[in-house]
Design a protein around this ligand. Structure first.
Ligand SMILES: *Cc1c(COP(=O)(O)O)cnc(C)c1O
Length: 340
């Protein structure tokens, strides 16, 4: 039995999802003539209480499109130092948009409204880049799946309004936050200008992300997606997987969260584990006491037992639970951990 905990992106479609994909009605989405893509886009827009949404092949392209539509070359965006848009999108912020990032030293990937306001360059001081966008990430990836306090997000939203800044949410794992904190998508739709969500992580789809916002912004996004080469033809086979996931896979995320907590409890009790970060959703970040065992040795020992996890750098290791991590795998993993 292989137990793959490197990411929640390793899931494969369930038989129910495959059936939905095989039965999808499709057309050419570049001509907006794919009924399954249109149905998914309507569904997501409605879920967030917004006018429109657009289907994308990846979360990276969704975020990059949002950044492009909110900025002009030379501008600056504000994000936490852990942000995916800064760390893990290949420098796309500068490559695609000619924009720089002002990094905020937040807590587990989360900033305060005061920190955001202090990071804005005065617009009349023409020597510094013009601040035009704030990017938030919920849940935070590098921050260990932490969930934002919604009131803080509202306060940052007010700062954006006051200073006329765009407000984008990288919600690759927003579904996990909604389930963990019992929040609604509409709450988020009401305060952000644009939101990107991934269907290929906890939701278990093979491919797919969606950008949601006003009709004007999504019209702009359609043009940018075209330029980035993200226009797909009979994409309805993939969109059908997304609609299926929204109907069937959202509430089960609580199981992933529960399993992550149980793994964290076992890790906490092991003598060679120095620290386990608080676990709120499906990501566990922890540190090994390197005087007893190196992180690499730990990863290798697990690998010998067909259990796969990855390092995050700076001595930190990461485990991510997901749909394909079954109860039997969970039991086996916990037993192996205790004996290791
Ligand atoms: C996974 C992820 C993305 C999108 O990544 P893709 O690999 O392009 O799907 C964006 N933001 C965060 C926080 C992520 O974890």
């Amino acid at each position: 039995m292989n137990i793959n905990l490197i990411s929640d992106t390793v899931t494969r479609p369930t038989s129910g999802m495959l059936k939905a994909m095989m039965n999808a009605e499709v057309g050419d989405d570049v001509f907006k003539a794919d009924p399954s893509v249109n149905a998914l886009e309507n569904k997501v827009a409605e879920l967030f209480g917004r006018e429109a949404s657009l289907f994308f092949p990846s979360g990276t392209m969704t975020n990059q499109t949002a950044i492009k539509l909110h900025t002009n070359p030379g501008d600056q965006l504000i994000c936490d130092k852990y942000a995916h848009v800064y760390n893990y999108e290949g420098g796309g912020v500068s490559f695609n948009s000619g924009v720089s990032c002002k990094l905020v030293d937040g807590h587990r990937g989360m900033m305060t409204a005061e920190q955001v306001e202090a990071a804005i360059n005065p617009p009349d001081f023409y020597h510094s880049p013009l601040t035009s966008l704030v990017c938030i990430e919920n849940t935070t990836n590098k921050g260990g799946g932490a969930c934002w306090d919604f009131d803080e997000l509202k306060r940052i939203g007010s700062v954006c309004k006051k200073h006329n800044l765009g407000y984008h949410l990288d919600g690759a794992r927003l579904w996990n936050a909604l389930v963990a904190k019992n929040e609604s998508a509409k709450q988020y739709g009401a305060i952000f200008d644009t939101i990107s969500v991934c269907l290929s992580k906890g939701m278990g789809c093979p491919v797919g992300s969606v950008l949601v916002g006003s009709k004007a912004n999504i019209d702009k996004a359609l043009r940018i997606r075209k330029i980035l080469g993200g226009g797909m033809r009979q994409a309805g086979y993939l969109a059908a997987a997304g609609s299926y996931a929204l109907d069937h896979h959202m509430h089960r995320l609580a199981e992933d969260h529960q399993k992550a907590k149980e793994i964290g409890e076992v890790l906490q009790g092991l003598p060679y584990i120095k620290k386990v970060e608080p676990i709120e959703t499906n990501i566990i970040i922890f540190e090994i006491d390197e005087s007893r065992l190196s992180g690499e040795q730990f990863v290798q020992k697990l690998g010998e037992n067909n259990i796969y996890i990855i390092g995050m750098g700076q001595g930190k290791l990461r485990i991510v639970t997901h749909m394909d991590y079954t109860a039997a795998m969970h039991e086996s993993f916990l037993n192996i951990l205790k004996r290791l």
